[in-house]
Design a protein around this ligand. Structure first.
Ligand SMILES: CC(C)(COP(=O)(O)OP(=O)(O)OC[C@H]1O[C@@H](n2cnc3c(N)ncnc32)[C@H](O)[C@@H]1OP(=O)(O)O)[C@@H](O)C(=O)NCCC(=O)NCCS
Length: 183
């Protein structure tokens, strides 16, 4: 089982994996509206392949928090998915740890997601910063989570949304290091 930076050639396999891992209708989820028209971060998004078969994927995207005056760049995590026959074997945790190590090295200082706090809490995510944010669709408040680097504070109120300008692209992560993937 090896982890690789996800590339454009992985897109079709990733979609098949997501179809297998999630219920039908996943495209209507609020998280998808946060990345409308946006491409995933190359270098940070990873795939896992076993003898060529794509069995795991984790994706990251630029998004932003608009506070009425300015837009604060954030990094959106998700989805993370593991092939149904390999769930519970530690691959999800491995994808999370390897990609978060790269995210930290590349100074992605505020990562947000919509997901189960019971799962993501172990990686440093909680709902403390997000209680009063607006989101473009229904969300259970306790599932809107953020992971902030030490000392980082975000606006208490704001609108979480897809990036509205090309500024976000200026924060592309550094090239991934092989040593990070070997972890
Ligand atoms: C969620 C998912 C990515 C986890 O990956 P995985 O390889 O199955 O999980 P791991 O083996 O790394 O970790 C297992 C641990 O996670 C916990 N866990 C798995 N899914 C969980 C969930 N939805 N909520 C809470 N805990 C969960 C297990 O209880 C186990 O806990 P333990 O370490 O305390 O025993 C995978 O199960 C999956 O693809 N699920 C379907 C898609 C999905 O729901 N994705 C997440 C939303 S974006």
């Amino acid at each position: 089982m090896h982890l690789y930076p996800a590339g454009a050639a992985d897109s079709a396999d990733i979609e098949l994996l997501l179809d297998a891992a999630f219920e039908p209708g996943r495209h209507t989820r609020t998280a998808y509206r946060l990345r409308d028209g946006v491409a995933p971060y190359r270098g940070l998004s990873l795939v896992a392949r076993e003898r060529g078969r794509l069995v795991g994927s984790i994706q990251y995207w630029p998004c932003e928090l608009w506070d009425g005056a300015s837009a604060r760049h954030l990094t959106l995590l998700g989805p993370v998915a593991v092939a149904p026959d390999l769930q519970g074997t530690g691959l999800g945790k491995r994808l999370m740890r390897a990609s978060l190590e790269v995210a930290d090295a590349c100074r992605h200082d505020a990562i947000v997601l919509i997901g189960d706090p019971e799962y993501y809490g172990r990686f440093g995510f909680d709902a403390a910063a997000t209680a009063d944010w607006d989101v473009p669709g229904p969300v259970e408040r306790h599932r809107l989570l953020a992971r902030l680097a030490p000392g980082v504070e975000l606006p208490a109120r704001g609108q979480l949304r897809a990036v509205s300008s090309v500024r976000a692209w200026m924060r592309l992560p550094l090239p991934i290091r092989e040593v990070a993937l070997a972890a």
